[in-house]
Design a protein around this ligand. Structure first.
Ligand SMILES: [Mg+2]
Length: 276
């Protein structure tokens, strides 16, 4: 048996006909449709169907029970929010093209994340720290459905953790604004209102993200299978592999290939379809 999830609350004639012909009768549940099938459909078949119908279509992994989820962990940059904070900070010291080229390559998995962050942060040396507040106030926007997603999880008593290879300046503000349960990120070192070009302590990279998830599971006394991890970049993959369900959110190709599920059309609120 396999559970297929179609992340949409309305289907046009062509969409519903095509899906029913392929999988059988669809059932409407809250904001989406589900169908139980005898055989696990091929991932490539779902991907093709998804692109043809312009719908997010996913299949739940066998060992994942959507009713038992207790924790969702999410990446920040380009997942919860629409920007890469480090690229925007770099704009205030006129090194955005250099920094965003490194960010892109790191997110595609072509560079070691920790080294790439050290390199990018070094380029910010000497910048007035007021730039961080400017980025937060003027450039940081939540991705579509972010608030509905987090509210929906709270209603079901599911905890939410925000983990980022970006910076605590932003995770802390988002934590207060959205009522997020747990956060972890890198702290930019400052001296006399200027960035020093270094981060304080160890870098939160791919392994640290996975470790944070494991640590939270131990703290909450829950199983890894009761978690969902969401991300878009290569540095999210270790954390995503540990979770009960991984979601590639408008993600890089390498991340989509390795994740259990992908959201490419809908906003973040579609992730609530996994916890019904
Ligand atoms: Mg990201």
């Amino acid at each position: 048996m396999a559970t297929i999830i179609i992340h949409s609350n309305t289907l046009n004639f062509e969409q519903s006909k095509t899906l029913e012909r392929k999988f059988g009768k669809l059932t409407a549940i809250n904001n989406h449709f589900r169908v139980e099938t005898e055989n696990q459909p091929e991932r490539s078949v779902l991907n093709e169907l998804s692109q043809t119908l312009e719908l997010d279509i996913n299949v739940l992994p066998d060992n994942f029970d959507s009713k038992k989820v207790k924790l969702v962990i999410s990446d920040m940059d380009s997942t919860l929010i629409s920007i890469e904070c480090v690229d925007e900070i770099a704009d205030f010291i006129n090194v955005k093209p250099q920094v965003s080229a490194i960010t892109e390559a790191a997110m595609r998995g072509e560079l070691n994340f920790e080294e790439s962050l050290t390199e990018r942060v070094a380029l910010l040396k000497g910048l007035d720290t007021s730039a961080l507040q400017h980025v937060y106030d003027e450039r940081l926007t939540l991705n579509p459905g972010a608030e509905t997603w987090i509210e929906g999880l709270k209603e079901q008593d599911i905890k939410f953790a925000l983990v980022s290879g970006g910076f605590t300046f932003f995770t802390q503000r988002l934590q207060d604004r959205l009522g997020i349960d747990f956060t972890r990120a890198n702290t930019l070192e400052k001296a006399e209102h200027k960035l020093t070009g270094k981060v304080v302590g160890d870098i939160v990279g791919a392994q640290a993200k996975a470790d944070f998830l494991i640590e939270l599971c131990q703290q909450m006394e829950i199983l890894m299978s009761q978690t969902i991890a969401v991300g878009d970049g290569a540095n999210d993959l270790m954390m995503m592999k540990e979770a009960g369900l991984s979601v590639a959110y408008h993600a890089k190709p390498a991340v989509q290939e390795q994740a259990d599920t992908a959201i490419n059309y809908r906003g973040l609120d579609a992730i609530l379809d996994f916890v019904v």
